[in-house]
Design a protein around this ligand. Structure first.
Ligand SMILES: [Zn+2]
Length: 598
């Protein structure tokens, strides 16, 4: 027993081999059923008398302050002789350690991890998932230090999947696996899956891809290998270069999938376990395309504000419409290019996006640049009024990407497209300058490519809320855009079935429902003296004409109210995309739809 202990502490000492100032981590999960990861940090040769450790308040790619430190417990520090050092809290996410004469500081803490999402961490007896931003502290002012991370899996967990570089391919008797990281940013940009996940690999675009899947599902490894490789090849062709040698997909098969989170050389996807067949499978492939495309767009082609990151607070940028909107544009386009969808389907989807964007009240209230900037307080913190006031930078950004793509194609008569603009940004800002760009620089780059001043375009459609000149721009590639929307009689409240009751989910600003005084959360009980449920009420209002009146009985906070409603008209913008027949733009349209080789 003793001997074993000595050997293991010797191994631990080896794993912390350091040359000068260094920070190394150990990650343990002794009792997964309590959902706590145990973390040890070993700090060597720090000159300062006081060292400050911090935990990020947010995880890059997910623009919300999540206060990860609320999950941190039992922060302790000892010196090389095992003597306790004092730990004082400096702020909500900072701990100051008085070093005294210590040569080495060993900090230990635990992180409660019971939120399985692509951006948070989780541990139970079935597996562990580490989203580094919420688990690994950094030494303030020393984020650039390289180091090692040793993972000690729970005894029943046999595999560790992460994009971090492995020090040694062999696994120690106690399961320990050691990885290296270049700096703190890289450490937390590589999520870690620990358990008994299904692992397979495929090579595509010259890159070795590892796929680690947690959870049962109706997936076929052979089919995934072929389809994911095709997506990877198609995405790589857009930029013309894949900067990684290896790439890791971590996939969680769960009941309620929530999407994905991008990283430089990996991503995490959370999907419904039965998503791998039928129509839903194309949704899965589009998610793969989306997160994979981010390895360029946002991880390398990026706004200047998104790196180096400030982990203490919000990192504001007006360009999320480019980062998320362009990526959404490409996730659909990649599926078309790879042959998973056809031209009609693609145009239908684009038409739906445009109708969603232009049909949103928020599109006339919130410029997409503001939606980007305020993602932290609006997109990630929606409330019942959001649909009246906000515009999603994903969809409006996707629409603007389509328009800009067409503008470039028309300007270069089918010799250049949005791909070339992204290549231009990648080559200049990532490869040459190795930094992000400002909103102004982004605009200047686009102006240079298009050879025109874009002041009005940006003022109206990026920093303003005007409806884009859809018909005029899409006509350049032979797509006729018809306005087919006409005012409709409308009540203007969204209802939901709520445990046997019918309650109000949303109220459209300016609607008949709002005018009548109806509020979100009101329970709808009766209409014109009769009891109603959601279906019967919706059928009733559907048949009414403009100006018709009726009474409803609602309960609010257990008090009954009778409200008078008068139906009104709602102007409902809607567009129809049609391919022009016998037109002269076929060549450009085919190029836009990527039907001919570039
Ligand atoms: Zn995205």
């Amino acid at each position: 027993m003793k001997l074993k202990l000595i050997i293991s502490s010797f191994l631990i000492a080896l794993s912390f081999l350091s040359f000068g100032q260094s920070v190394n981590y150990r990650l343990k999960m002794e009792k997964p059923q309590n959902h706590y990861f145990q973390i040890e940090m070993e700090l060597t040769d720090f000159k300062e008398n006081e060292v400050t450790l911090k935990l990020p308040v947010w995880a890059p790619g997910s623009y919300l302050v999540r206060e990860f430190s609320r999950n941190v417990d039992l922060v302790k520090a000892i010196d090389e002789n095992g003597q306790l050092l004092s730990v004082n809290k400096k702020s909500k996410n900072a701990w100051a350690i008085s070093k005294g004469g210590a040569k080495k500081i060993i900090v230990s803490y635990e992180v409660y991890s019971f939120e399985l999402s692509v951006r948070t961490s989780f541990l139970d007896l079935t597996h562990g998932f580490v989203s580094g931003a919420g688990v690994f502290m950094y030494v303030d002012g020393h984020q650039e230090k390289t180091g090692r991370l040793s993972v000690f899996p729970f005894k029943d967990f046999k595999k560790v999947s992460t994009a971090l570089s492995k020090v040694n391919e062999s696994v120690a008797a106690d399961g320990e696996q050691t990885f290296t990281f270049k700096n703190y940013d890289e450490l937390i940009d590589c999520p870690i899956e620990i358990g008994n996940q299904d692992i397979f690999t495929f090579k595509a675009a010259g890159v070795l891809h590892t796929v680690a899947i947690y959870g049962a599902g109706n997936y076929s490894v052979e089919r995934l290998k072929i389809d994911m490789a095709k997506i990877v090849e198609t995405a790589t062709n857009v930029i013309g270069e894949n900067p990684n040698k290896e790439y890791t997909f971590i996939i969680h098969n769960v009941v309620n999938g929530q999407g994905g989170l991008e990283h430089s050389n990996s991503c995490t996807l959370s999907v419904n376990r039965w998503t791998y067949e039928g129509e839903e499978y194309f949704g899965f492939l589009s998610l793969v395309a989306h997160e994979y495309f981010h390895l360029w767009n946002v991880k390398r082609i990026r706004p200047i504000e998104l790196g180096p990151f400030n982990y203490d607070e919000e990192n504001y940028t007006s360009l999320l419409w480019v980062m998320e909107g362009f990526t959404t544009y490409y996730d659909e386009l990649l599926l078309l290019r790879a042959g998973y969808t056809d031209e009609n389907n693609y145009l239908q989807k684009l038409q739906s996006t445009v109708n969603y964007v232009e049909g949103s009240l928020g599109a006339r209230l919130q410029p997409v640049a503001h939606a980007s900037f305020d993602a932290w307080i609006k997109a990630y913190r929606p409330n019942e009024n959001s649909s009246n006031t906000t515009m999603t930078y994903y969809s409006r950004g996707q629409m603007l990407a389509a328009l800009i793509d067409v503008m470039i194609i028309a300007k270069y008569d089918g010799k250049k497209c949005l791909d070339h603009f992204l290549q231009q940004l990648y080559n200049k800002y990532y490869k040459k300058l190795n930094r992000g760009f400002s909103e102004k620089e982004f605009k200047v780059e686009l102006e240079e490519l298009l050879g025109e001043n874009l002041d009005v375009f940006f003022a109206k459609y990026v920093n303003g809320t005007a409806t884009a000149p859809l018909a005029q721009i899409f006509a350049k590639v032979g797509i006729q855009v018809n306005e087919i929307g006409s005012p409709r009689v409308s009540f203007g409240a969204g209802l939901r079935d709520d445990g046997g009751r019918t309650t109000v989910r949303s109220i459209r600003a300016g609607s008949a429902a709002e005018m009548a005084g109806l509020s979100v959360n009101d329970e709808l009980i009766g209409c014109n003296g009769y009891r109603v449920d959601r279906t019967s009420f919706e059928q009733f209002v559907y048949g009414l004409d403009n100006g018709e009146s009726f009474k409803i009985l609602v309960a609010r906070d257990e008090v009954l109210y009778e409200l008078s409603v008068k139906m009104t008209m709602y102007d409902f913008p809607q567009y129809q995309f049609k391919v022009l027949e016998d037109d002269t733009k076929e060549k450009l349209r085919n190029y836009w739809l990527r039907k001919i080789a570039k």
